[in-house]
Design a protein around this ligand. Sequence first.
Ligand code: GA4
Length: 368
Amino acid sequence: MVVHAKPAALDQISLVRSAEPGGGAASSSLFPGVPAVDLSGPGAAAAVVDACERFGFFKVAHHGVPARVVDRLESEAAAFFAKPQAEKDASGPANPLGYGSKRIGRNGDTGWLEYLLLAVDHHQAAAAVSKASPVPSSSLRSVVLCWIRPPVRSTQPLFYLLKILACGVCREAVSEYVGAVRGVAARVLEAVAEGLGVAPRDALSGMVSGAASDGVFRVNHYPPCPLLQRLPDSCSVTGFGEHTDPQLVSVLRSNGTPGLQLALRDGRWVPVPPDRDAFFVIVGDSLEVLTNGRLKSVRHRVVANSLKPRVSMIYFAGPAPEQRIAPLPELLGHGEQGAYREFTWGDYKKAAYRSRLGDNRLDPFRRR
Ligand code: GA4
């Protein structure tokens, strides 16, 4: 619900009715809590599919990503966001990549946050990096981050690269982290394929691991919002408005500050207790289509906190632009038509960037 009387500093930012205190009836009785899956444990494939079917969301325990990798990037990110505004602005405005503050996307969405949005580029920038960087390319683990994917053929690849180096978040720390979470995304998608009986095992994971795959990496900083204290208890300030992710899956990690909420299948919102040692997996629109709706993308949002900063780091596992996204034949009965019309990831992404954050982007592709 949008409320209109609010402090002037929040003028551009919508308010949301908070999840009910303590999580409300949804979390206390009917919502059993976020399922946790040990990806290497017995029964992982069935547990992943079950969690994705019921919530489109789960938490990965025992993921094997060293705490050192996570902590290093978290402190790099904190150092970046602590810089003077003018220095951060030099890496923006996000369009859509780069440093952004309060504005999300290009169509008027706003939130109480600042962020860095990076494209993960597996080969385009590799040559430029190895020339420009004193870091041996082998230590980049084949993941190179491109600040801005040039809209048309770039004549100046190094320019884009230099912008990354200039943002001051250590490229190695990002590469190492992204390399690790891409691995988590791939293991999750292998488990989905196994759990749904789709062959080969890499039918889904292969889409997001190839050299041409289109991964995006985002670091969000939600500063404390003391103005919240002047609003009624039933209201929260939007940190990141409700939406579904367009990709196959997203892998999210946050510090210990709450704020993330997800919509249950019946539309009720529940808070997700933070866990700095876990990764949260979010089912995206593309996986919904590939599984013919058996797994559904989940609406989620972040509300601001009055006292503590929240930092989250999210890897969005997308396929190559030419990848066809259509229900997998194994998941259709004999002669059955899929519930969605086919599209390519490139077309879907283009349409997504023309949409508003909260739009239902899959609707135009559903067969009636
Ligand atoms: C939502 C998921 C990812 O954060 C993101 C977002 C992107 C952006 O911030 O630029 C979008 C949003 C996201 C979907 C609709 C469009 C594009 C903002 C927006 C209003 C990076 C993505 O891939 O799609």
